[in-house]
Write a protein that binds this ligand. Sequence first.
Ligand SMILES: Cc1ncc(COP(=O)(O)O)c(C=O)c1O
Length: 343
Amino acid sequence: MQYFDFRSDTVTLPTDEMRKAMAQALVGDDVYGDDPTVARLEEMSAKLLGKEAALFVPSGTFGNQLALLTHARRGDEVIVGDACHIVMHEVGAAAVIAGVQLRQVPSINGSMSLKDINRMIREEDIHYPDTGLICVENAHSSGSVVKLSEMKAIYELASQKKIPVHLDGARLFNAALVLGVPASQIAAYADSIMFCLSKGLCAPIGSMLVGEKAFIDKARKNRKLMGGGLRQAGIVAAAGIVALESMVDRLVEDHEGAKYLAEKLNAIEGITVLEDRLDINMVFCKIRLNHLTEDAFVKKLLDAGIKVNGSEDGEFRFVTNYWTPIEAIEKLVTEIKQILEAK
Ligand SMILES: Cc1ncc(COP(=O)(O)O)c(C=O)c1O
């Protein structure tokens, strides 16, 4: 059975163009620096973000944790938003790999107040850890995009205090589309940026860590330490090149699909879409299931050929992507309506 999958944009499969590029990729041992396809992807990524260098890494989590390890020293404090991916969904890796302490700032849809960040930056004191890094996430996994002015203010404060800023830009290009600026303009307010090739951009594997050359040189060695020195990685980097060349601009279709889906869901009795977080390709909503259990609801959709996740904190999330065209969205709406209306 063929399914339409709204669980995430991580489920996206590579396109035919990617599969062809992968089959034909020129490769070499990238740990020796011999892989021309990886080198090209790294150059493209650095250029696109207006930075000096970039590094291909296996995943977004790997890229974030590598950034923490490379910027900070063991025992440092890293300032992060309290609902960010690094805190919520990276298995506590910051404590294990970089050996840092995460200082969490209250955040609303990814936004943190400058006052709170400033309050959490440590002064010199024999009792205090050093503040080694500030992390921002944009687009945020809540579905929201953080304003450029906010990123600028954080970056200026951090620069003044000589603290580097890392941007978890897993969905950087989604954020850029919403803000109406090139990705480099967002990247200008961070010292390092991780972005994913494997989410809405449909590459099967891989993320990029981007920054100044000295930082990336250090990160390259740390990547090896973390077991991420890949050999003929050009096979997968080739799909990443296609992702950057042909999948960035079309992300707007995912955003439009999400807005359309939100409108249709909101018209169904018992569903409330959280409209304050409808910036990118994610629709969050509360669904009154009446007598139906949540497992039964998810199973009924699955039986109809639609994959969705169960709720988290009482919210369902539907993620539009390249493989959920308008027919898929219509089908999701129709099936949900039927399930909720059935006695
Ligand atoms: C905001 C954010 N950062 C980082 C990641 C980690 O990416 P990966 O799943 O490739 O480790 C994700 C994954 O969904 C994410 O949403």
